[in-house]
Design a binder for this molecule. Structure first.
Ligand SMILES: [Zn+2]
Length: 303
């Protein structure tokens, strides 16, 4: 019989789904989210008790593994959450809320809510990229139109994302609102190790910022000089190509309000990519580890 990942119990049975999530969020056993207690927690049984409910006998309060995670205050069955996580983690160009709605059989509103919360869980810890002997390519890409802006020459009305990619390592993309030196400097200072060898195009801002790093090499795009020996920005350009294909092909109308979350999604998949040895199931597990502490406040009551 074919050994399909999707035939595993956690995708079909809610109890198995809870056990799967609990094993990853509480590797040493249940932790009471109210008082932090680890010793006097008991699983509640009985027909009237919701699946996954524990009681803490230290503070006498009930809890589930959902508290303090992206699953909090959601009535969507945990096994469907795990299906959604798997689908999003394994789809290279992303998966639209509409597709999720049809595949999972949940309402469009629930699908939208789930996919945005899952994107929250894909945000990384923010440690610096680069370092001694490491090459980081930096570049920006423009997309669509900022909410409420009129067309301007020079792309001032467009949404902008700046990305930093460490060769053979991680990417980080950051939404920026303008191309001012101070804006770009801030992004690079807070995301790059100063010992990094930086590679960029010849945008004037990079000449200024480049002085703060161990080494700075540039590629002249206007002369079609995309590669001069190892000086290229090909890595970042291929990341932007996947990012834009996803935005155009899958997410047709990304509003500027949510752009940051979509870029976190593409970063996550790139940082957990196959060429680094991360397969689909492991990528979904890595995503699941990010669910803690990422609850969205603006949509907290939806479904
Ligand atoms: Zn407690």
């Amino acid at each position: 019989m074919a050994n399909s990942i999707l035939s595993q119990a956690q995708f079909h049975n809610e109890e198995a789904a809870y056990a799967f999530v609990e094993a990853r969020i509480w590797p040493k056993g249940p932790v009471c989210p109210h008082c932090g207690g680890v010793e006097r927690n008991s699983k509640m049984g009985g027909k009237s008790t919701r699946i996954g409910t524990y009681k803490c006998y230290a503070c006498r309060k009930p809890f589930t593994v959902k508290i303090g995670t992206i699953f909090e205050k959601s009535h969507i069955p945990m096994n469907l959450w795990l299906q959604a996580i798997f689908l999003i983690a394994s789809s290279k160009k992303g998966i639209s809320s509409n597709q999720l709605h049809r595949t999972l059989g949940v309402t469009l509103k629930s699908a939208w809510f789930m996919s945005h919360r899952i994107r929250e869980a894909m945000k990384d810890d923010g440690g610096p990229l680069g370092g001694t002997g490491k090459i980081v390519e930096a570049d920006e890409t423009f997309w669509g139109t900022e909410t409420g802006k009129k067309k301007q020459a020079g792309g001032g009305h467009k949404m902008k994302v700046m990305a930093l990619v460490e060769r053979g390592g991680k990417v980080r993309s950051v939404r920026i609102h303008d191309m001012k030196l101070s804006t770009m400097r801030e992004v690079m200072e807070s995301n790059l190790h100063p010992e990094t060898h930086l590679m960029t195009d010849e945008a004037w801002q990079y000449y200024q910022i480049g002085k703060q790093f161990a080494k700075h090499s540039t590629v002249n795009h206007t002369l079609k000089e995309y590669a001069r020996g190892s000086v290229t920005t090909n890595t970042i350009e291929s990341f932007f190509a996947i990012f834009k294909r996803g935005l155009i092909g899958t997410y047709h109308h990304v509003s500027s309000q949510h752009l940051e979350r979509y870029s976190a999604e593409f970063d996550f998949r790139y940082n957990n990519r196959k060429s680094l040895g991360v397969e689909d199931a492991e990528r979904a597990e890595n995503l699941l580890r990010g669910v803690v502490g990422k609850r969205l406040t603006y949509a907290a009551t939806a479904n």
